[in-house]
Design a protein around this ligand. Sequence first.
Ligand SMILES: [Zn+2]
Length: 108
Amino acid sequence: MVVKKKIELSPEQLTWLRQAYKDRLHPEQMAAHLECHVDTVKRLLDRHGIRIALSSKHITTDQPPPQWNRPCNMCRCTESRPKFQYTCNRCKSHTRDLHHVHEDFHAY
Ligand SMILES: [Zn+2]
């Protein structure tokens, strides 16, 4: 018997996801935050009507994405990068195909 894993979001996570979508976070970053697969995030966005609701609204395109200076999980540098990106671009490119960064998310 195959058990299908279905992700259910708490109200807090759902609120976060809506806001994250509004802030135009990359689905990859949403997936990292919710600790699920990118495809799952896309399904969640559709299931909760977030993608549809927002695309029908007028969205301004000249707003820069939010940034933060959180110390990089890998090298601790504090250069600006998109919010909820936990490693700097330099480290990110090194670990693009690895997922072990994931496990450190809750340690900080
Ligand atoms: Zn780094």
